[in-house]
Design a protein around this ligand. Structure first.
Ligand code: ARG
Length: 580
């Protein structure tokens, strides 16, 4: 069990007596890592609000709690500070013992979730037949990281890529294909030609109003089952998917299911009928809408012309997922601009009878260019995903080369190695830069910042990892023999203690990630870890430490640091390199 979870278990009965079982979890959230190591390792801040609630002086409440706590085996005697903070300092022996256990455990002693749940995670979901762009990075990378963390903690995850594969963009390329196809170009490179057609038609739609009407007609024909349009759709789909899959391969992202909007099309009419029959939706002027208490606008599920909507498909999707996977939660990792859609969707799903499932819109902000506006190319297009990846890797190549040239003993990497390292560092930097943001904020995309070798960046974390690894290479130390050797971990200096404590907190960081679906809790943890390692390593010798038992202990701390960074990055979908 993580230290924090253990502490909460000890506080729980004491607090339950004061506030009752129902409110106890909320109060337990006020046990936090201490901001300042001088005050201890953890701090419990509930005495202030409780004092108010109970009409007693907070310091007295704190003393009451501290007196009842059974913590002797874990902590030194709690102290009470200021208005009523309870400060907790873990026993050194407890830290050492837990670190020892982590060292001998492939999971680094990260405890699984006490109650494993089933999650459906809906993420990435690009609209196919349009080129993928920078906006798709966020959903893909955040969703992937959440899936990895959930699985690592023992939850069952069904990841599902709800592709937009049935929308107007197909009407656009159908129209384009029928009127402006360059057959030779299509034979040569169908993706490029389809993208060209898409862009060409988009341009025309801006110039001439009737083009929009033709496009809608093509879309409607596709939906109505027109054989020609269906045949073309089936011809275009594999081509479009191959293109998207190339991006996923490069990003190292995989889905359990790819059930796009088209998958649900023959379920929509029945669903709308059912909504009407059950009195949940009303037909007016041919259109069908669900009216919701507390919502200004109803949710439209069928238009006057008979067409179904994005929301209708999403409702059918919920039903399918509930029937197929029986999830405890469905997470939608989607742009914050769709908040209204999801509010309404969830409200309608509740009406349909899906009351117990957690439905969460894991919303995120927009990626901005350095001018603070949505990130676009000079031509005014949103920046394409592929060119973004290429540019990140190219720039990472420069950073890697410069770093290698500057090594005191001369360069260490062959040209081939450098290329491999650049791909890992470039892609990692891009992912990390996104994951390190508070997901609900917009953020400014900057290659220079994301590839900086200091600061909270992917390149810095990968470098921190490689640096620890180099200690082992330099000292010719066999890592594999280290943990089984039974060498004891000693935490005799403040820096070693601070590092050791942080190493034990990976599980807490992962709990925080899942509490609010925020991967930046993990990047923040890793950055703090790297900082504590640096503070330790700058002050204390490792390979030259004497006596040998101390050297062994420090090597164990180094190895745990490397493994923790590697594990943490892996949970973010980021690889490491042994040498950089
Ligand atoms: N294809 C949609 C878009 O690009 C996102 C779909 C998100 N998932 C969902 N179930 N609505 O905006």
């Amino acid at each position: 069990m993580s230290i924090l979870r253990t502490l909460k278990d000890r506080f729980r009965p004491v607090l339950a007596e004061l506030v009752g079982e129902a409110d106890v979890e909320k109060v337990l959230d006020l046990i936090r890592p201490a901001q300042d190591a001088r005050f201890g390792d953890y701090q419990a801040n509930m005495a202030m609000p409780l004092g108010k609630q109970l009409g007693r002086p907070p310091r007295e409440v704190a003393a009451h709690i501290a007196q009842r706590l059974q913590l002797d085996d874990l902590c030194e005697a709690p102290t009470i500070a200021g208005p009523g903070f309870i400060n907790l300092r873990l026993r050194g022996a407890v830290l050492a013992e837990r670190l020892q256990a982590a060292a001998g455990d492939a999971r680094l002693a990260v405890p699984p979730a006490p109650q494993p749940r089933t999650y459906v995670v809906d993420y990435s979901a690009p609209n196919v037949a349009k080129p993928m762009h920078v906006g798709h990075i966020r959903s893909t990378v955040i969703g992937d990281a959440l899936c990895r963390v959930l699985r690592h903690l023992g939850h069952r995850v069904e990841s599902d890529n709800h592709l937009g594969d049935w929308g107007t963009q197909f009407g656009m390329i159908l129209y384009g294909y029928k009127h402006f196809l360059d057959a030779a170009a299509y034979a040569e490179n169908p993706v490029a030609e389809l993208s060209r057609l898409y862009r060409h038609v988009r341009g025309l739609m801006e110039e001439r109003e009737e083009v929009g009407k033709f496009v809608l007609e093509e879309t409607a024909k596709l939906h109505a089952g027109d054989p020609e349009n269906r045949r073309l759709w089936r011809e275009f789909m594999p081509v479009c998917l191959a293109e998207i899959d190339r991006m996923y391969d490069r990003l190292g992202v995989r889905f359990d299911h790819t059930l796009g909007e088209s998958f649900y099309q023959d379920r929509l009419a029945g669903l709308v009928d059912e909504l009407v029959r059950r009195g949940l939706a009303r037909r007016s002027d041919g259109a069908v809408a669900v009216f919701l208490e507390g919502h200004k606008t109803p949710m439209l599920v069928q238009k006057q012309d008979g067409a179904f909507l994005y929301a209708t498909t999403d409702l059918a999707t919920i039903r399918y997922r509930m029937d197929t996977f029986h999830p405890d939660a469905i997470l939608y990792v989607v742009d914050h601009r769709q908040s209204l859609h999801f509010d309404q969707l969830f409200a309608v799903a509740r009406k349909l009878g899906y009351r117990d499932v957690e439905l969460t819109h894991v919303r995120f902000g927009t990626v901005l260019g350095e001018d603070g506006r949505p990130f676009r190319t000079r031509e005014g297009d949103i920046v394409g995903l592929e060119s973004l990846l290429d540019e990140a890797v190219r720039r990472a190549g420069e950073v890697v080369a410069a770093n290698d040239e500057a090594k005191p003993g001369g360069p260490e990497l062959s040209a081939d190695r450098r290329r491999g390292v650049a791909e890992t560092v470039g892609i990692g930097a891009l992912k990390y830069a996104d994951l390190a943001q508070n997901r609900t904020s917009d953020y400014v995309f900057s290659f220079d910042k994301m590839l900086a070798m200091n600061g909270n960046t992917g390149a810095y974390m990968q470098y921190a990892y490689a640096r620890v690894r180099s200690i082992f290479r330099k000292g010719n130390v066999d890592r594999a023999a280290l943990a089984p050797s039974g060498a004891a971990i000693r935490l005799e200096t403040p820096e070693e203690r601070a590092l050791g404590l942080q190493l034990l907190r990976l599980g807490e960081a992962l709990d925080l990630v899942l509490a609010d679906y925020r991967p930046n809790q993990l990047t923040a943890y890793l950055f703090e870890l790297a900082g504590r390692f640096t503070a330790f390593y700058e002050k204390h010798p490792v390979l030259k430490a004497q006596p040998d038992a101390l050297r062994q202990s420090r090597l164990l701390l180094c190895d745990l640091t490397a493994r923790t960074i590697r594990q943490g990055l892996a949970l973010l979908g980021i690889d490491v390199v042994e040498q950089m």
